[in-house]
Write a protein that binds this ligand. Structure first.
Ligand SMILES: [Zn+2]
Length: 114
């Protein structure tokens, strides 16, 4: 399952972060997941819970921010939400537009307990 490797990669990054912030207790991690990232968010949530159970990450909450796909038009600089994979510029009709958002798969933030 692809989502499990994402979870373990996120926890690896958090372990690194924890080393740099000794004694810090992470209470929540926010992930930014673009709709083009090819991630099943439900699977990711489920996988996360399964992986952190009975580990030192058990109390860590997961928050997922889903990022919709956006395109930019090189002809008229219009930026638009690509609904239903329609990537043609709504303003000038240009068909060769560029993805500017929706490919994210990254840690957006980490919350630390006081
Ligand atoms: Zn355009």
């Amino acid at each position: 399952m692809h989502e499990l490797s994402i979870v373990s990669s996120v926890l690896d990054q958090l372990d690194e972060l924890k080393k740099q912030h000794e004694g810090a207790v992470f209470s929540k991690v926010g992930l930014r997941v673009g709709e083009l990232a090819g991630v099943d968010v439900d699977c990711l949530r489920f996988g996360f819970e399964a992986v952190v159970k009975d580990t030192h990450w058990e109390r860590l909450a997961l928050e997922i921010e889903q990022v919709p796909r956006r395109q930019r038009c090189p002809a008229c600089s219009e930026e638009f939400r690509a609904e239903n994979w329609a990537t043609t510029c709504p303003k000038c009709g240009e068909t060769e537009t560029v993805v500017v958002a929706g490919q994210e798969l990254e840690i957006a933030y980490v919350e630390v307990e006081e």
